[in-house]
Ligand binder design. Structure first.
Ligand SMILES: Cc1cc2nc3c(=O)[nH]c(=O)nc-3n(C[C@H](O)[C@H](O)[C@H](O)COP(=O)(O)OP(=O)(O)OC[C@H]3O[C@@H](n4cnc5c(N)ncnc54)[C@H](O)[C@@H]3O)c2cc1C
Length: 430
């Protein structure tokens, strides 16, 4: 089982991408499909690198101020997390009414979209790129979402669930809230695009003149606000691609062979031990202050994965890194895992909202590193949140995440993998 070759599942690859960021080029070309974007999101999503590490690494090589476009875009990720923290799983439903009631949209994504044969080059190229690489440029995600919702009248949630499953960086806050922003259920108006917009930002194979998106914005707005569906399988091309399978369990050859947590043998493995749970959103450096001889244990909670299956490519990306950190991995329900961990001396892990209600209750959760200040008060818009988190910040290093990294750097180099001592299980443990 191979990960997508352009995304090596290592922390070193994430750090190399940080070193390659060119913030001026980024600010100038970010909207272009072939612009100087970082492709850091799979590494950030799965915690191989953190937002403070990204910004510290870039700021150590380039002059940046807090209002730089690059810092601003990192802010969007944390803003979506802020909304998730405040609204909870309500973000998975329409936040408010969009141009049409929810019932006006289909609940299934049509096969011609899933198989990249709509006949609209921008959409078919986006879907092929997604399946081939596990990622998609931000502008292409917006085009795809807008086409699905406003022209094909498919509910944003169906599109969001499908895209989430195929992305290496699928994140329920960034993904589902971005779909809502496009749909107009999380923003004041629907996001629309046309063939002219595609021609301006994408290379020739994406150009979609004389297709259903070759219209004025006035026409597109009228379509988005009517029940009319535009473009369908009948007008699409016959040469599609197969949608990769979505899997609720790691496929064979995934990484560490997962052991079902209901197995009684598991309890013996952890009995009397200090355990660090390595779940898919905690694939960064383990904390330096874990007890000596702490057992790293990979953890896949079936309650989550059965509801939110992943592509084999995403499993491969996660599995390879998990194998590096934790040669032992459990797959099971929260109940079975919690039961099997009862005899452990202590259990620690990193918190993540994807597993908020699912982590074993006995586990001590450490907060995931954050770049910007935590804002208790719910912010209705990004600009409101951004004003609050950057108020009074005159120097990047005053951002809480960078200040914390500086504090930690006093204890040792920041951008090194830990020496392979504390967290290597002994032969007895494996
Ligand atoms: C419909 C739709 C679905 C999306 N789904 C996801 C998703 O599942 N996971 C995800 O991480 N992002 C998602 N995004 C946001 C954005 O498209 C990706 O973060 C970005 O394309 C990742 O590529 P990059 O790392 O090269 O980003 P860069 O532009 O290089 O940005 C660097 C980092 O900043 C953050 N960032 C930049 N732009 C955004 C943004 N608009 N929203 C949130 N964070 C941002 C990301 O962490 C990104 O890795 C979605 C956007 C849309 C419109």
């Amino acid at each position: 089982m191979m990960a997508h070759s352009s995304f090596a599942p290592t922390r070193a690859a994430g750090l190399a991408r940080i070193a390659a960021v060119r913030p001026s080029d980024y600010a100038r070309s970010r909207n272009a499909i072939d612009g100087a974007v970082t492709q850091l999101s799979p590494y950030i999503t799965h915690g191989l690198v953190t937002l403070p590490e990204v910004l510290a690494g870039v700021a150590s090589r380039h002059r940046l101020d807090v209002q730089h476009k690059f810092v601003f875009e990192l802010g969007w990720r944390e803003f979506f997390r802020h909304v998730w923290a405040n609204r909870g799983d309500a973000i998975l439903q329409s936040l408010h009414a969009g141009p049409l009631p929810d019932e006006a949209y289909a609940s299934e994504l049509p096969a011609d979209i899933r198989q990249a044969r709509t006949g609209v080059p921008a959409i078919d190229t986006a879907v092929r790129t997604l399946y081939a690489s596990g990622t998609l440029h931000n502008h292409a995600r917006m085009w795809l979402a807008s086409y699905v919702v406003h022209l094909r009248k498919v509910h944003w949630r169906a599109g969001a669930d499908w895209l989430y499953a195929h992305l290496l960086d699928g994140d329920l806050a960034s993904n589902h809230l971005s779909w809502q922003w496009v749909a107009g259920t999380g923003s004041s108006k629907p996001y629309l695009f046309n063939a002219e917009n595609v021609a301006r930002y994408a290379p020739a194979p994406w150009h979609s003149g004389a297709s259903v998106i070759d219209r004025s914005y006035g026409e597109l707005d009228a379509i988005a606000r009517s029940r009319q569906t535009v473009g369908c399988a009948a007008s699409g091309s016959a040469n599609g691609v197969d949608e990769p399978e979505r899997l609720a369990m790691p496929p064979a050859g995934w990484g560490p062979a997962p052991i079902h947590a209901a197995s009684l043998a598991n309890a013996a493995t952890v009995a009397g031990r200090d355990v660090w749970l390595v779940h898919p959103w905690a694939l960064g450096q383990p904390p330096r202050d874990l007890p000596a001889d702490c057992l790293p244990l990979g953890l896949l909670l079936s309650d989550f994965h059965q509801t939110r299956p992943w592509s084999a490519a995403r499993w491969a990306f996660v599995g390879a890194r998990m194998a590096e950190l934790a040669p032992l991995c459990w797959y099971g329900s929260q109940q079975d895992v919690s039961q099997a961990l009862l005899g452990a001396r202590s259990v620690h892990t990193q918190d993540d909202p994807h597993l908020a209600h699912l982590l074993p209750p006995a586990a001590t959760r450490r907060a995931a590193p954050r770049l910007f200040a935590g804002i208790e008060r719910p912010c209705a818009s990004f600009s409101q949140w951004w004003t609050l988190v950057t108020r009074g910040v005159t120097n990047l290093h005053e951002l809480p995440g960078l200040a914390e990294l500086t504090r930690q750097s006093a204890a040792g180099p920041l951008f090194e993998e830990p020496e392979e001592t504390d967290l290597q299980p002994t032969a007895r443990q494996t």
